[in-house]
Design a protein around this ligand. Structure first.
Ligand code: GLY
Length: 411
């Protein structure tokens, strides 16, 4: 019997040519990896039970996410190297979007309008001051604004807003369009699609036969390399020995809203805010829709939409932009962010030969899509992650790590 826990020696590619790749999970992270891997000449199949465009049912964070590309205004103390990875990915976005839109024929709603981060009271303003120190240290741009200057940028803000930070390089994209574009670009690049659920990564056996994935319908799909990209649902897949870290679900509840017909959008750019220590955000789309979110709750796989969760979001949203109560609610959503033990993504080879991870992106799956696709595809094609991604290697030592334990925190 092969011992999967044996340390890897050198490259992780299996002994055969490794050209067949199965990507488990058809969210943004899975599909960007599939597209980039196919561009490198690999033969890629995405296995995903839900069709692209299926309604958000609490499973797929890609269709719930607001789409903020905000490494500056979502920066967290102790996560400096993650901020750097986020900045790298943000800088890739313009070329990534141009290439993706060309390849797919789908516009992804990329908006380069910057982000305004505002504080509700004096304590919230103190947090923003500390955050600006972190932003300076990590080299991300931000400018301190008075309350009046904030309202000049966003006239619907409450006059009581204390002040804020303007981050000119924190942008946004529409994750639902991004997902559709990645599926189309993948198909055009030769990515095959299988509508099924993976239940197990099968052991290759003593003869070193190729790995396979066992599907819910009972069939086994043979493969040379497998990428686990099913978010916190990775945990439901049986893997030979337990070398895939647990990704804890972090629930987010949010609302999608629209102004009444003929009324202007409520905000012109992403507005993030801190209200008595609680974070809240508004992410506008080109057509006037605005995503208002989000809770951050650690309740396992619970995907219930709760009155308390929506109330918390609306309570804080109204403090910053009172006119939010005039909007029409068009959709309410729940998603589960996949949090790794140290809240950083897990990329590339695991200790199981041929099994890779693209997961644990937590709050940053959309932001980190370009960098993830590039890095994991390189590992699949060449056997190792690029230098810049090695700190996030899936086979790194993981301690107990930080977890988010309460709702009252910055992100
Ligand atoms: N990055 C936004 C969120 O996780 O809610």
């Amino acid at each position: 019997m092969r011992t999967w826990n044996e340390p890897r020696s050198g490259a992780n590619r299996p002994t055969n040519d490794g050209d067949r790749v199965v990507v488990v999970g058809g969210g943004i992270v899975g599909r960007v990896t599939a597209w980039r891997a196919a561009q490198r000449g690999l033969s890629v199949t995405v296995v995903e039970p839900d069709p692209v465009g299926a309604p958000a049912r609490g499973r797929a964070s890609s269709v719930v996410a607001a789409g903020m590309l905000t490494p500056a205004t979502e920066a967290v103390f102790g996560e400096e190297r993650l901020v750097e990875l986020g900045v790298r990915s943000t800088r890739m976005y313009p070329d990534f979007v141009a290439e993706l839109e060309r390849a797919s024929g789908v516009r992804v709603g990329y908006r380069t309008t910057g982000t305004l981060l505002v504080a509700f009271d004096r304590d919230d303003m103190a947090v923003l001051s500390d955050l600006q120190d972190l932003q300076r240290r990590t080299g991300v741009a931000s400018e301190r604004l008075t309350s009046r200057e904030c309202r000049r940028l966003e006239p619907m803000l409450a006059p009581s807003v204390r002040g804020g930070l303007h981050a000119p390089d924190d942008h946004s994209v529409d994750p639902r369009l991004l997902l559709r574009a990645l599926a189309a670009a993948g198909a055009a690049a030769g990515v095959a699609e299988l509508a099924d659920r993976v239940e197990e990564i099968t052991d290759g056996g003593p003869d070193g036969a190729p790995l396979g994935v066992r599907l819910a319908d009972g069939g086994v799909l043979p493969t040379d390399q497998t990428v686990l990209a099913a978010g916190c649902w990775n945990d439901r897949i049986t893997v030979p020995e337990r070398v895939v870290p647990h990704l804890r679900p972090v629930k987010g509840q949010l609302l999608r809203m629209r102004p009444p017909a003929g009324e202007p959008p409520i905000v012109g750019r992403t507005v993030r805010g801190l209200v008595r220590g609680f974070p809240v955000y508004f992410v506008p789309r080109e057509d006037g829709e605005v995503i208002v979110g989000a809770t951050q709750e650690e309740r396992g796989y619970d995907t219930a939409l709760t009155a308390g969760g929506l109330w918390q979001v609306l309570r804080d949203a109204r403090e910053l932009v009172p006119g939010v109560t005039e909007l029409e609610v068009t959709e309410t959503c729940v998603g589960l962010r996949p949090g790794s033990p140290d809240n950083e993504p897990l990329l590339g080879p695991t200790r199981i030969p041929g099994v890779h991870l693209a997961g644990g992106h937590y709050r940053h799956g959309v932001l980190l899509a370009p960098v993830t696709g590039e890095a994991v595809a390189e590992a699949l094609a060449d056997g190792a992650l690029p230098e810049y991604a090695r700190a996030f290697a899936a086979d790194r030592e993981l301690g107990g790590g930080r977890t988010t334990t309460g709702e009252k925190q910055w992100n």
